[in-house]
Design a protein around this ligand. Structure first.
Ligand code: ATP
Ligand code: MG
Length: 170
């Protein structure tokens, strides 16, 4: 008796190879206290999550850098002189695209357009350079900022990974 093997569907092939099938919109939600140590922890968790999309070393470094800037802003600006929770939501939108939301319930931003200008900072101690939003904008494909004074800020960043490049270390 002969058996004929049915060809695998595209989805089954991807599942077998460990990559996310198109219909699996993987998602991760995190809540972290605004301690400075959590900047590094957030970067590492995002890095592990994004690795399922098989990014290049450079793409991963860009994403980690953007996350670092957004989380640092929550710690040093949103919850300046206080403590609060940082809410992070990671979502795979398709097999090459990740969406990262970083939200706080801190002081909020009075004028978002001005705050996003390169070199603009409200820091008076000379520790900050006013380049966080510029870094987020240049390292990610899309950046959306919504904020309400006294209620908090939500940063949404989207990145679509390219292909055809040499894959780096994950
Ligand atoms: N989550 C936030 N809550 C309240 N204010 C914020 C938040 N994120 C940014 N800001 C405001 O926007 C300004 C610009 O932010 P940006 O990250 O570009 O620069 P910075 O944090 O001042 O300096 P750098 O990021 O280079 O250390 C900040 O100085 C701060 O006033
Ligand atoms: Mg900053």
């Amino acid at each position: 008796m002969t058996t004929t093997k049915k060809p695998m569907t595209e989805t089954a092939e991807k599942r077998k190879s460990g990559r996310p099938p198109e219909n699996l919109k993987n998602e991760l939600r995190l809540e972290l206290p605004s301690n400075s140590i959590n900047e590094g922890i957030a970067r590492s968790i995002v890095s592990v999550f994004v690795s399922q999309l098989d990014p290049t070393f450079e793409e991963l470094a860009d994403i980690k850098c953007a996350v670092s800037e957004a989380v640092t802003n929550c710690i040093v600006h949103a919850y300046r002189d206080t403590h609060g929770t940082i809410y992070i939501t990671l979502k795979i939108l398709d097999e090459k695209t990740v969406r990262i939301e970083i939200r706080d319930r801190g002081c909020g931003i009075e004028d978002i357009k001005t705050a996003m200008q390169p070199l603009y900072t409200t820091d008076s101690e000379g520790e900050r350079s006013g380049m966080g939003f510029t870094v987020m904008e240049s390292f990610m494909d899309r950046l959306f900022v919504v904020s309400s004074l006294g209620r908090g800020t939500k940063i949404t960043m989207v990145k679509t990974l390219g292909d055809g490049r040499i894959r780096g270390i994950k």
